[in-house]
Ligand binder design. Structure first.
Ligand code: PGA
Length: 252
């Protein structure tokens, strides 16, 4: 059995105002099973308030993006030290929506992940193929290229989480087969161990993301090298996210 801690991570994307902090406080009383971590990544406007609301609880908070620089003339951007200051322990980088909407390259994602690591944030680096790439049989090639280009040198189990999120599964209700998920996660694990060695590469947590729901979570968590999930839509309501957390706890 793996010694990696498992992680249920919620990505709220561009959703939520102050009224939605009640979702976080509804989860705050949870004491996750040993070996399980819970993370909520709200929009930047809520990060500080959510971190305060969750203080003393077992639930961590994270940003959804950060700039590669620590400060400077970058209107509208947020840096890793600012996220730390707002209470974050993690930051998502390279989500496919940012890669697509903001033209983020692997090199840009890597620079953001490096900024996160410099400031003691755990970087959740996202990778995923499009439907056209999967249908062309290019999934592992695409994932291998993204992984090599987006993950900084020196990463380990404390500084890095990798999320495999097929672009065609995000927000669509479509989910790869468990075999397809396992194939990609085993591939990512092998590449991480090759690059960082068995100890560091073996300690990095691998999340699956893309239409994870209460009804499919248990099956996904039973797949080899799946250490948890990055959950979008189903993390916006405590009654949807809670059963996903429970499925992760039961997967032990
Ligand atoms: P979804 O999003 O769960 O709504 O598909 C997942 C993600 O994009 O992180």
């Amino acid at each position: 059995m793996s010694t990696r801690r498992r992680l249920a991570a919620g990505n709220w994307k561009m959703n939520g105002t102050g009224a939605d902090l009640a979702v976080a406080t509804a989860l705050a009383g949870r004491h996750p099973a040993p070996g399980c971590d819970i993370l909520l990544c709200p929009p930047a406007t809520l990060l500080s308030r959510m971190s305060q609301a969750l203080e003393g609880s077992a639930i961590a908070t994270g940003g959804q993006d950060c700039h590669a620089a620590d400060s400077g003339a970058h209107t509208g951007d947020i840096s890793a030290p600012m996220l730390r200051d707002a209470g974050a322990a993690y930051v998502i980088v390279g989500h496919s929506e940012r890669r697509a909407d903001h033209g983020e390259s692997d090199a840009a994602v890597r620079a953001k992940a490096e900024a996160a690591m410099r400031h003691g944030l755990c970087a959740v680096v996202c990778l995923g193929e499009t439907l056209a790439q999967r249908e062309a049989g290019r999934t592992l090639e695409v994932i291998g290229t993204q992984l090599a280009g987006s993950v900084p040198d020196g990463a380990d189990g404390d500084s890095l989480v990798v999320a495999y999120e097929p672009v065609w599964a995000i927000g669509t209700g479509k989910v790869p087969t468990l075999e397809q998920i396992g194939e990609v996660h085993d591939f990512i694990r092998a590449r991480l161990e090759e690059r960082f060695g068995a100890a560091a590469g073996g300690a990095v947590r691998l999340l699956y993301g893309g239409s994870v729901k209460p009804g499919n979570a248990a099956g996904i968590f039973a797949v080899s090298n799946v250490d948890g999930a990055l959950v979008g839509g189903a993390s916006l309501k405590a009654e949807d996210f809670s059963p996903i957390i429970e499925a992760l706890e039961a997967a032990g």
